[in-house]
Design a protein around this ligand. Structure first.
Ligand code: SF4
Length: 413
């Protein structure tokens, strides 16, 4: 353990059990912010003596003071494409089983088939992990979880509360999985079917059991506000003096009661992802963001003291033209003007991402926008938004390029 960590499921040394390295291909800060990594630790501890490793400067580093060469099994979890490059630069130990899991395995199965003794895709239930682990020295290829989790299963949650992560002092908990919306660019619907809302009782029981160890609850779901019991869960947090963070909110589906609780939960700002306000493109990507619903929700938040908003937008959508980008810019400017009528200083920020088409989605065959065009669109946004005091950030083209390269190289099976 490192300074600032509280272990919620400390392991006892198990004689004659294997030494399992669980590895997050990336730094400690990112790994300890990943619920998938926490879940892997909880499950793996049942079957062996587990040590964490993170990859810093191509080198495995263990906060548990374990030695890479002493380990019997190597279990990696993959959430992002960039982690594959990190993995490729690590020196593995010949003859020792190397396994992979995590959402990326389902997206790029061929990559994992080629690079690992065995890779696991699908929901990480305790039964699946137990069965898979028994065969991990002998199984090979791709193993698919036999069943999806159900609402009756216990939600995944933090196994350690850590001070030095992206979510310090926070108990992360998955409250739902999957999504019923059909945004053409999004993998969630393809990977996690059917949608599951974990039972409120199970969620509150975990929050309650661990309440002495954290100050904040991190609610994880593709759209947190769509959980049918979200308001009760938030009320519990407020009654127990816990702040809340939200992985993702669909603002156009947030009612006033939710927004009221959101404002009471210690928030200073709100981030959301309209993707595009251009009506023509909304139809193409299957995500209809209604301007008036957005405005109504944001005005309500302003009336409750929240006046800092960040909107995530996409560009490079199929059939997009200059007119669509101008429509987006004009809508953002109008939003700022309309919010000004609240009589409060508003801070509005735009984050622009190039669409990186993903396998398994309806846009899988779409091209990646060219870098020059992306720079031109970014410059247009910056030029038009800056005079109005709206901050603007163009996100990394390299990251999108890396994702696109993976998608093109490894077809799904
Ligand atoms: S973008 Fe959000 S709302 Fe749309 S399918 Fe994905 S998770 Fe659901």
């Amino acid at each position: 353990m490192v300074k600032g960590e509280t272990d919620l499921c400390p392991q006892k040394y198990k004689k004659d059990f294997p030494k399992i390295a669980i590895i997050f291909p990336g730094p400690y800060l990112a790994g300890m912010s990943s619920l998938a990594f926490h879940a892997l630790r909880r499950h793996a501890q049942v079957h062996g003596n587990v040590s964490r490793f993170f990859i810093e400067n191509n080198t495995p580093v263990s906060p548990d003071k374990a030695h890479w060469h002493d380990m019997d099994f190597f279990l990696f979890t993959f959430c992002y494409e960039s982690q594959c490059r990190i993995f490729e630069n690590i020196s593995l130990l010949p003859g020792k089983p190397v396994m992979a899991g995590g959402p990326l395995v389902s997206t790029y199965p061929e990559y994992f088939r080629r690079n690992f003794n065995v890779s696991y895709r699908g929901d990480l239930t305790a039964e699946f992990f137990a069965g898979a682990f028994k065969q991990c020295g002998t199984a090979s290829g791709l193993v698919t979880a036999p069943a999806r989790k159900t609402a009756e299963d216990s939600p995944e949650c933090s196994s350690i509360i850590a001070a030095h992560t992206e979510f310090p002092d926070t108990f992360l908990i998955e409250i739902s999985s999957g999504c019923t919306s059909s945004c053409a660019f999004c993998l969630v619907r393809a990977l996690y079917q059917p949608r599951i809302f974990f039972r409120k009782e199970k969620i509150l029981s975990l929050l309650s059991e661990n309440a002495n160890y954290y100050g904040k609850v991190g609610l994880i779901a593709p759209s947190v506000n769509e959980h049918p019991e979200i308001k009760s869960i938030m009320r519990w947090c407020l009654e127990h003096k816990k702040n809340i963070s939200f992985s993702s909110i669909r603002l156009d589906r947030a009612d006033e009661e939710f927004l009221e609780l959101y404002a009471l939960s210690g928030q200073k700002s709100l981030s959301c992802a309209p993707e595009t306000f251009a009506a023509r493109l909304q139809k193409k990507i299957g995500k209809n963001t209604d301007y008036n619903q957005y405005l109504k929700a944001l005005r309500f938040l302003v009336s409750r003291g929240i006046a800092s908003f960040k909107l995530y937008m996409l560009c490079g959508l199929p059939g997009e033209n200059d007119g669509d980008n101008m429509e987006n810019i004009k809508t953002v400017l109008k939003l700022q003007q309309d919010l000004k009528t609240c009589g409060v200083q508003i801070r509005l920020g735009i984050s622009l991402n190039p669409l990186a088409p993903k396998p398994l989605t309806a846009l899988a065959q779409s091209p990646l926008i060219g870098e020059t065009v992306y720079k031109k669109i970014s410059a247009l946004y910056r030029r038009e938004l800056a005079p109005a005091g709206i901050s603007f950030k163009a996100e990394s083209y390299r990251a999108a390029e890396c994702q696109y390269a993976m998608a093109k190289k490894y077809s799904s099976v």
